[in-house]
Ligand binder design. Structure first.
Ligand SMILES: [Ca+2]
Length: 320
């Protein structure tokens, strides 16, 4: 069995990603840690618990940060609905979160299960706080699959940035410099061929399971919002594409490894993930600006392209 820990700002696409992990026969989800992001912390926690319930799982949920490290929290209700699950009035979950906090749980679980895979589906606040308290955390994680960023392409919240990185860029910068073995699955991966078209959505619903109905129903608002934003019809699910890569790295079909920097100061490019694709960050004209990144020495694996068919097959099995 492979051990997974999921850090999530549970909204509608997180919910589908969580269902995928909980359905994987060779994966044990040790716990889920929640963070303020697409929705507030209380709602994210409630949604994580409710999603586990839909999957018939009793995975413990640990509450984490209620706001970014230094900035005011900004939600994404416009995309996922006020409750993050498309405002379908889902009932309250039967279980409650654990008394232990997310940071404490992350440290404890990484000690008890070294080599576990950490999958982050939200802002990186909890992970930055964990690293601040325990820098050794990075070395105890086997893989860290990050849904976040927009490497060398446009963002979904500003022209330059993807939401998870944009909302807490200081946390992201700390995490990208930490030595965590990051596999970055940016927003671009969930677009184009990865979008479920109307026929594929009908195929999911034809499975007739509660999981399938929930996966499509909770994303009804996101489906409309994505069309408004991009003009592409269908269901674009960012977190499930990252989870697919976590479950099977080969679903990412081309990768390369680079220094990545996160813009924290600019108004226009806040949260931009800048990838040193040509390895010029050490050149004299860049050396000062990139000194901290290069000193940290951590490169990130960037997923550029993706096997959309294998992802959709995996999704269908998970929702059956
Ligand atoms: Ca998310």
């Amino acid at each position: 069995m492979r051990d997974f820990i999921i850090d999530t700002d549970t909204a509608s696409d997180d919910a589908v990603a969580i269902l995928m992990a909980l359905a994987a026969p060779d994966v044990r989800v040790l716990g889920m840690t929640t963070v303020a992001g697409n929705v507030g912390l209380e709602q994210a926690t409630r949604n994580a618990l409710y999603t586990a319930e839909i999957a018939g799982a009793s995975t413990p949920v640990y509450k984490g940060a209620g706001a970014p490290l230094t900035r005011t929290h900004e939600d994404a209700h416009w995309f996922h609905g006020r409750d993050g699950l498309g405002d379908n009035n889902y009932p309250a979950p039967r279980r409650a979160a654990e008394a232990e906090g997310a940071v404490e749980a992350l440290i404890r679980l990484s000690r008890a299960h070294p080599g576990a895979t950490l999958v982050t589906l939200g802002p990186l606040t909890n992970i930055a706080l964990t690293l601040a308290l325990d820098p050794g955390f990075a070395a105890r994680i086997g893989r860290c699959v990050v849904m976040g960023g927009a490497p060398c392409c446009e963002g979904n919240v500003t022209p330059a940035a993807e939401y998870n990185i944009w909302v807490d860029p200081e946390a992201a910068r700390r995490v990208f410099r930490s030595g965590l073995p990051i596999e970055m699955v940016g927003w671009h991966v969930s677009r184009g061929e990865s979008v479920l078209d109307d026929a594929e959505i009908a195929q999911v619903l034809a499975l007739g399971t509660e999981k399938a109905r929930f996966a499509i129903g909770c994303n009804s608002r996101a489906r409309q919002a994505y069309f408004t934003q991009t003009g592409q019809a269908g269901l674009s699910l960012a977190d499930p594409t990252a989870m697919a890569v976590a479950l099977d790295r080969n679903i990412g079909t081309s990768w390369s490894r680079h220094f990545v920097e996160v813009e924290c100061a600019s108004e226009i490019t806040r949260g931009m993930t800048i990838v040193d694709r040509l390895n010029v960050s050490g050149d004299a004209n860049n050396a000062a600006a990139w000194a901290e990144t290069r000193k940290a020495g951590t490169k990130t694996d960037i997923c550029w392209t993706f096997d959309a068919k294998a992802y959709k097959d995996l999704l269908m099995v998970a929702l059956t």
